[in-house]
Ligand binder design. Structure first.
Ligand SMILES: [Zn+2]
Ligand SMILES: [Zn+2]
Ligand SMILES: [Zn+2]
Ligand SMILES: [Zn+2]
Ligand SMILES: [Zn+2]
Length: 249
């Protein structure tokens, strides 16, 4: 298999190689977390990474959910404290912004989110601009920073999650150091078992769990896993083990 090697204006001094890192990384373009294939500087000491979508961002684009014509910028030209209108996370690097007075902002990765996802057992999730029902994570239709935010929803709309809420779940785990211990699957398993008891945090509302509730919850965990892969990239086997342990109960 040939190696994909590129030069990117944001890191013009070295070549970048397309790789599947074993560890999560922070994209030096959009400043977001990533799990999947990415461009990494061939000088490892640089620790420079770009999401594929960030490295290959076109100068302008559009999206069916937005009426705006969107231009790519290395930094948002308008305003500080910008939020992505898709995922609600802040925008502090590569961004698509429109020229409206109150501009819309999107991460390059968010504009490339698949419109449909398969979550197994024939369950299909659709990317939607508006929530048809309350998000199972936050219980509301708006995200915490008042961004309407996009969601993935199953049909019938039993499973509905803001992409903002699923992103928050992973970023919270990151801040707790959950992904910082890797390299050894046994370590990963031990760590996952330690946090086993916390996994209730994504339980469906309703308290006591009947076997039916457990079944629904298992499916919800599968749905969340599929959304995580869409948001952050297909995780390596090790990260996948960590996330699945955390989601299991
Ligand atoms: Zn990025
Ligand atoms: Zn470099
Ligand atoms: Zn706009
Ligand atoms: Zn976003
Ligand atoms: Zn939510």
């Amino acid at each position: 298999m040939g190696v994909t090697r590129i030069k990117h204006p944001s890191h013009g001094q070295h070549y970048l190689l397309l790789k599947l890192p074993q560890e999560p990384y922070w994209c030096n373009g959009c400043m977001g977390l990533g799990f999947g294939p990415c461009y990494e500087c061939e000088h490892e000491a640089c620790g420079f990474y770009l999401h594929e979508e960030c490295a290959n961002a076109a100068p302008s684009t559009s999206h069916p959910f937005s009426k705006c014509s969107l231009k790519f910028h290395y930094n948002a030209p308008q305003g500080d404290e910008r939020y992505c209108d898709a995922c609600g996370e802040d925008v502090s690097g590569f961004v698509y912004q429109c020229s409206h007075k109150h501009p819309h902002d999107y991460h390059p990765r968010c504009l490339k989110l698949p419109r449909t996802l398969r979550a197994g057992d024939g369950l299909i999730l659709q990317l939607r601009k508006e929530l048809p029902s309350k998000c199972l994570r936050c219980g509301t239709r708006k995200t915490s920073n008042k961004i309407q935010g996009w969601c993935y929803v199953s049909s019938p709309d039993q499973y509905c999650y803001h992409i903002a809420c699923v992103k928050d779940m992973i970023l919270e785990k990151w801040r707790e150091g959950y992904f910082s211990q890797y390299g050894d699957v046994n370590d990963a398993n031990n760590l996952a078992l330690q946090t086993f008891s916390e996994s209730r945090e994504i339980a469906l509302p309703g308290g006591r769990r009947s076997s039916k509730a457990t079944q629904i919850w298992r499916k919800a965990a599968t749905v969340i896993m599929v959304i995580i892969s869409a948001l952050f990239g297909e995780p390596s086997a090790l990260i996948s083990v960590l996330v699945q342990y955390w989601l299991s109960s």
